[in-house]
Design a protein around this ligand. Structure first.
Ligand code: IMP
Length: 430
């Protein structure tokens, strides 16, 4: 395989950072293709915990070039701070190993402000956004008034574009939100400080990937968030504002679909969700609390506690289909250790009494379904020295083969603990 896409098959936070870190040892390029610093990808190296928001986890490997594709929205101040954090830890980040698409859109201070004001205005219909300005930045992109990274090259042009945006937003702020308006000078001052720093990183990512492909380089496309948060295929409107599914890699990096050789779907052994919206397998009891505590389920970006529940096989099978998943990477198996039994939802029961294993994305329907569970025997512990599937407890093997049947695809990678080395490879990639 030369080009692999990696995506989350649930509501984000599946542990993608760790899997990307493993795969990027072999990849020549790691490319982010959507989202922004709403993502928080955690990698644990020894006793060091590194949380990345913009930069692909591949930056932690020498000789891997990381790219931020056109589909990403970038806050250059936050990006600067992330680069400085990495440099302080001794990682090299230069225009040699970090390339940013000149077509990526900027998250500007007014996007963050509008994100916060819009959430306030939603009352009890809040989405529970990360307040990073993601939705408003994508809204401007789609409205064709957004500011691209390339617009930073000519500050006169930048000013004209930003002033137009501010005028529009101030009307909304003054009349609908009844709050303080935005001044151009503030936006200018926030940006100018980082402009000269960021310009050397800009490139045409699509063209560079074409050249890389012709040289036989291996490329990993790193998705953020998860399938249930996809703007089209998730639980709209409780979603993020980008296409998180594998198809988004083509659009958000500038490569054709025939270039993709495989899709890895990362899946936690249970389910979590941050923010609002329906969650059929959510556990409001002691089991849910125990999973949250054992799995340290707190948002890497916002620190918010994550809602926890059993693995939703109905959604997983939907995610395998919409992403074209060829291989599953299952994470946090160790968190389920110690439970006498483990449950997987295999279908939903509707209020009419009908059961179905087809996923529905309408929230008002999804809110009312009741998961139908299959109960499997649990396992006491996953021994630290397990290096192959055959060495795993029988009950773990049974759980995994049942997941494969329900999802309709094979499990190729297992993450059995937080450290970089806690990994079992069943079928390798690249
Ligand atoms: P936004 O992306 O900040 O607009 O937030 C929209 C929804 O997506 C909210 O429910 C967030 O909690 C959720 N979300 C955004 N990014 C992530 C992520 O990386 N992991 C999990 N949830 C996320």
């Amino acid at each position: 395989m030369q080009n692999i896409v990696l995506v989350g098959t649930q509501w984000g936070d599946e542990g993608k950072g760790k899997i990307v870190d493993y795969l990027s040892e072999k990849a020549d390029y790691v490319v982010r293709f959507q989202g922004g610093n709403n993502a928080g990808h955690t990698v644990i190296i020894g006793d060091q915990k590194i949380v990345l928001h913009f930069i692909p986890s591949g930056i932690l490997r020498q000789n891997t070039v990381c790219m931020i594709g056109n589909g990403v929205v970038v806050n250059i101040k936050a990006l600067f701070e992330e680069v400085k954090m990495l440099q302080k830890l001794g990682f090299q980040v230069t225009p040699e190993n970090l390339r940013i698409s000149e077509n990526a859109h900027l998250i500007l201070p007014y996007h963050i402000y509008m994100d916060i004001l819009a959430e306030k205005n939603r009352g009890d219909q809040k989405i529970g956004t990360t307040a990073k300005g993601i939705g408003p930045a994508y809204a401007d992109k789609i409205s064709r008034t957004g500011i691209r990274m390339s617009h930073l090259r000519d500050m006169k042009d930048f000013e004209q574009r930003v002033r137009y945006n501010i005028e529009q937003k101030n009307t909304l702020i003054a009349h609908l939100y009844k709050d303080e308006v935005i001044e151009y000078q503030y936006v200018h001052d926030e940006i100018i400080e980082f402009r000269d720093w960021v310009l050397p990183f800009l490139t045409n990512v699509s063209t560079e990937l074409r050249q890389a492909h012709h040289k036989g380089k291996k490329v990993l496309f790193e998705g953020a968030q998860g399938t249930s948060l996809d703007i089209d295929h998730g639980t709209y409107p409780f979603v993020t504002s980008s296409n998180t599914v594998a198809g988004g890699a083509c659009v958000g990096a500038g490569v054709g679909p025939t270039m993709i050789d495989g899709v890895i779907g990362v899946c936690k052994a249970y389910t979590t969700r941050v923010g609002s919206g329906p969650f059929p397998t959510e556990l409001m009891d002691e089991v849910g609390k125990a999973i949250a505590q054992k799995g340290q389920e707190f948002g890497a970006t916002t620190g918010r506690p994550r809602r926890c529940g059993w693995l939703d096989g109905v959604f997983l099978s939907h995610a395998v289909w919409v992403n074209g998943v060829t291989d599953l990477a299952m994470t946090k198996l160790d968190v389920l250790s110690g439970f006498e039994t483990i449950k997987i939802a295999t279908s939903y029961r509707y209020p009419t009494g009908v059961t179905s294993n087809a996923f529905v994305s309408e929230n008002d329907v999804l809110e009312k379904v009741e998961p139908v569970y299959e109960e499997l025997s649990g396992w006491e512990v996953i021994p630290k020295d397990c290096t192959s599937l055959a060495q795993m407890p029988q009950t773990v093997q049974k759980f995994l083969s049942r997941v494969e049947e329900i999802a309709g695809t094979r499990v190729s990678l297992l993450s059995t603990g937080p450290d970089r080395r806690d990994q079992i490879v069943i079928h390798d990639f690249f």
